[in-house]
Design a protein around this ligand. Structure first.
Ligand code: HEC
Ligand code: HEC
Length: 404
């Protein structure tokens, strides 16, 4: 992955210019209205768009894709917690909009603390973007979908630059990025990526913290008894143990819980068999490939995927990296009964159940077995009622809660 040259944006200059123009009656703010009476004849020059505002337009713009039909917002839908569109399976993309993608589109909220990908001295992986952590930053990440042949499918930098030049707001992009009209292809593409990054880092909609859970933390709402039972189970190390990976308390230095610790685990989720064209010999091994190749020899990392945030999870179906589950009820029931009732989740061939069938046998030792998973013969860590209670709690993590 090429390291994107760090661009230095004269943000301060742009902001200063914007505020000066506002002061001259160019903007629509109340300050501008007040001064407009003093200069009634000045024609209103629109305030230049900020880099983040250009990023917002780019995020929604289908003309950046080879098919002309796909934008970032097609797979990261605001009404769905910035995850997959309703009723979607694995995203379709590519030059003609028919290529089946490999992985489910995750919510792209609450990613600020992911940090760069790293493996510590104990061999534990943490951080990075994508299900396998292969991008270290949003700038590295954004290049992925723009050039991914299964997604927006731009053939190369020149192809994307041509699309950028044709935008009705191409001049706004250049102005916000301080580029001349003669900007090169590379400069334009880097500017577009910087704008997409700035939008996701500046706009509060990517980190609203407005769920019922947050309202309860702030003392302005209370959980129902069932939601409270669900949270207790979620936190209990002997029962749900969910919080050991999906933190329900703020990490040190933060004020809000993110419901992920950005670590990597193999859950042995079932293979998604809905894609009949899939090659039976192909396995998505997460950290050890195929979308990253640097860890291919690390057998102990195979099958591991990054813990996703559970904020807005009620809106973000389908679930897991391979979109193998359609409902939250089934996801939590899977945790509760994976090893107690495997025939409920995995295919049975000639009377033999095929557990962990989306992972080659060589890597099945990597699968997590502690709570909430129970060994055959053990008492289940979670009853059916516990599963329902946990789901009720998960539904409190949806942004936009109002008491009224
Ligand atoms: C065709 C659907 C599709 C389009 C279009 C798309 N994405 Fe994604 N996005 C995905 C999928 C699928 C993943 C997970 C891929 C993986 O893990 O390998 C993802 C991952 C991400 C992530 C990382 C999330 C995480 O949890 O680490 C970010 C950020 C993101 N996309 C932003 C964007 C931006 C910005 C654009 C537009 C330039 C975009 N996406 C376009 C489907 C899409
Ligand atoms: C050992 C760490 C770990 C524990 C414990 C754990 N999870 Fe997860 N969870 C993960 C990982 C890793 C994934 C992604 C796995 C994948 O896609 O292959 C995940 C995915 C999920 C998803 C799907 C989210 C999405 O966007 O697709 C839900 C829902 C979920 N977990 C809920 C729970 C609940 C509820 C519990 C407790 C009963 C729990 N998890 C316990 C690590 C954990």
């Amino acid at each position: 992955m090429p390291i994107l040259a760090r661009l230095t944006w004269p943000t301060a200059a742009i902001l200063l210019l914007a505020s000066l123009l506002n002061a001259c009656g160019g903007g629509g703010s109340s300050a501008a209205t007040a001064s407009a009476t003093a200069m009634p004849t000045t024609p209103a020059a629109p305030a230049p768009l900020t880099l983040a505002q250009v990023g917002d337009k780019l995020f929604e713009d289908t003309s950046l894709s080879a098919s002309g039909k796909q934008a970032c917002a097609s797979c990261h839908v605001e009404a769905r917690g910035h995850a997959d569109a309703a009723g979607s399976f694995l995203p379709l993309g590519g030059p003609d909009g028919t290529h089946q993608g490999l992985r489910s589109s995750p919510s792209i909220r609450y990613l600020d603390q992911a940090g760069a990908f790293a493996i510590d001295a104990q061999g534990r992986a943490r951080g990075g973007l994508f299900w396998d952590g292969r991008a270290n930053s949003r700038a590295e990440q954004a290049r992925g979908p723009l050039f991914n042949p299964d997604e927006m499918a731009n053939a190369d930098v020149a192809a994307l630059a041509a699309r950028l030049r044709a935008l009705p707001y191409a001049a706004d992009l250049r102005t916000a990025a301080n580029l001349p009209a003669t900007a090169t292809d590379d400069q334009l593409v880097d500017a577009a990526i910087a704008a997409l990054v700035r939008y996701q880092t500046d706009d509060a909609k990517f980190r609203p913290f407005t769920s019922k859970f947050d309202a309860v933390q702030d003392g302005s709402a209370t959980f129902t008894p069932q939601e409270q039972r669900g949270l207790n189970l979620f936190n209990d190390p002997q029962r749900g143990n969910c919080a050991s990976c999906h933190d329900s308390r703020p990490a040190p230095g933060l004020t809000r819980a993110l419901f992920t610790n950005f670590s990597y685990h193999a859950l042995g989720v079932p293979r998604n068999t809905s894609d009949a064209t899939a090659n039976p010999a192909f396995f998505d091994l997460g950290l050890c490939g195929p979308l990253r190749s640097d860890l291919a020899g690390r057998a102990e990392l195979c099958g591991r995927f990054r813990v996703p945030t559970l904020r807005n999870v009620a809106l973000t179906a389908p679930y897991f990296h391979n979109a193998s589950f359609a409902t939250l009820e089934d996801v939590v029931a899977f945790y509760a009964t994976r090893d107690l009732d495997p025939a409920r989740w995995y295919p049975v061939v000639n009377g033999q159940v095929q557990p962990y069938n989306d992972l080659p046998a060589a890597y099945r030792a990597n699968v997590e077995r502690g709570a909430p998973f129970s060994r055959p013969g053990q008492a289940p860590a979670l009853s059916a009622q516990d599963v329902t209670d946990i789901v009720a709690f998960l539904r409190t993590l949806t942004d936009g809660f109002t008491t009224g």
